[in-house]
Design a binder for this molecule. Structure first.
Ligand SMILES: [Ca+2]
Ligand SMILES: [Ca+2]
Length: 167
């Protein structure tokens, strides 16, 4: 009996999940990531749809990142400049029938004014890019942007874009 009481007390109750609608106006919403975009210590929400925006926690005010890209398919936030604020790699120009072109990978950096769209620099292309993750693959800070489930490796200056080798 004592054992049952101890086991029962060791099992944490299942949490209650409460939905919070932060927008009902996000055409083509597909990828949602969490990151402290403005460095205030609260995790914000980044959403990629036809455009890419972020919502400031806790008011969920909407701020632009980029609206000029097309075929957006995924994004990955990571501080690659070392200032404590995340940059974002976006995979765009995606198409189900495009296996030899498109797949643009762009690194976006925010501007001082949060109302301004971010500055983008093309850092590579992978026609079949569909998912992006940051990972520490070489023992250094997580400066590797990982495109899973592809062979070979694509590398640029900074950050490094890597894919695991096929085996
Ligand atoms: Ca924040
Ligand atoms: Ca940064």
């Amino acid at each position: 009996m004592l054992l049952l009481i101890l086991l029962a007390s060791a099992v944490a109750p299942f949490p209650d999940f409460v939905p919070h609608v932060i927008t009902d106006d996000m055409p083509g919403a597909y990828c949602v990531r969490a990151s402290d975009v403005d460095g205030d210590g609260r995790v914000d929400v980044i959403v990629q749809g036809r455009e890419v925006v972020w919502f400031k926690n806790p008011t969920w005010e909407r701020f632009p990142i980029v609206s000029e890209t097309s075929g957006n398919i995924f994004l990955a936030p990571q501080d690659v400049t070392g200032d404590g604020l995340p940059e974002i790699v976006l995979a765009s120009d995606f198409g189900l029938s495009r296996s030899s072109d498109g797949g643009t990978l762009t690194l976006f950096e925010r501007k001082a004014d949060l109302q301004d769209p971010w500055t983008g620099r093309k850092i590579g292309a992978e026609p079949t890019a569909h998912r992006l993750y940051w990972a520490e693959l070489d023992g250094k800070a997580p400066q590797n942007c990982w495109l899973p489930r592809f062979s070979d490796a694509v590398r640029s200056n900074q950050p490094t874009i890597s894919r695991p080798s096929s085996s």
